[in-house]
Structures are given as structure tokens and as C-alpha cells.
Design a protein around this ligand. Sequence first.
Ligand SMILES: [Ca+2]
Ligand SMILES: [Ca+2]
Length: 213
Amino acid sequence: MKSSKLLVLRWWLPLGIATLFLLGAGLSARAVNLVQEFYLPMPEAQINQANNAIITGTSSTINSIFSIVVTGTGTVIYYDQWEDGYEVNLANPTQSTTQIWGDGNTNNGVAPGYPNDILPVGAVITLTNAVPQPRNPATILWDARDRIAANKALVISRAAWPVTPGPVFGGAAGVLSTIDYGTNFISPVGRISRTTCLNTSGCSLWPRRITLR
Ligand SMILES: [Ca+2]
Ligand SMILES: [Ca+2]
């Protein structure tokens, strides 16, 4: 009996060490350092408003396209949908809608276009879908207000156009990360022509936080 207890202890000791090691590895894998954070700009409702200020009758359903370029090996991207609220700590997501791309784990999300969920340098992830108005948060889409973060630098851009008349009436913009946000601006927006098509100008502002004074 005594020897069997010793045998059990001998088995448990290495098993315990292995378990601790695995737990440690799991913790270090989750403790990703997110160095860049983005909020996808230009809400489709505002794009629709601007479109119809220029040409009335354009489709309220907006085709939204987001392009994410990977710049480093081992890049892991966290995609947080606005529709169910933002994650409290995006590095440790708890919402089922949040996806993690590039970690090779296809159970927590698969980077669109990269079925093994590994992202090579120069990978271009394209997110595209039609976004109807008004938005129903029960429908999860790739759209403005979604939040993206990564452990390495990303380059993100967004384009959009109304389903009708299509990309002949579209626009695009680069997406700044929050560390590149400024506090002092000179607006470049102004009227540049008296012709019908170019006599409307507008500006979409995207504050990270608002302080009322
Ligand atoms: Ca979310
Ligand atoms: Ca979304």
C-alpha cells in the first residue's frame, strides 16, 4: 500500500509540473501586448446622409470594404464588433462575436482569406459586405464603429459606395490608429466648385473620447 502511494505521488509530481507548465504557457499566450488600436470610421448612416446631400435617391444600403495589411510575422489581430458593445479588455476577450486572427487557432476565428489562420507578412485581409440602413445591432456585419487591435503594426483603409448607383459614386479613406489621433486640427473642408456635383462638402469627425467644456 505504501509503495502504491509513492507510485501515485511519483506520477502526480511530473503531471503537476507539466500542468503548471501548460497553464503558464497558456497564460503567456493570452497575455498579448496590443500595440495598435483602430475604430473603423465613417458610419454608413453618415455616408448615406452625405451621398443623398450630393445626389438624392442613392441607395441607403452601403457597400463597405475594409482592407487590413499585415506588416510583421506573428501578427495577431483582435476584431471587436460594436454591435454587442466593446470588450472591456480586448487582449482577453469574453464576447463570442470577437474574433482573433493569426494565432493559428481556428476555434477563435479565422482570418478571412487565410483558412489556416496564419498571417504572412504582407497579408491583405479584405472585409466586405452590404450594410443596410437603419442598422439592426442584432445583425453582425463588417462596418464602421468596429474595433481592431493587433500586437504588430497594421495598415487599414476603408472604402464605401451605395449599392445604387454603385462604385462610380464611392470614396475611400485611410484609417488612423488611436495613437495617431490629434488634438489640434485645421479643417481642409470647403467648397471647391459651384458645379452641381462639387458644391457640397462635409466632414466626419471621429473622437476617441469627448470632454465637454
Ligand atoms: Ca463586441
Ligand atoms: Ca460590426
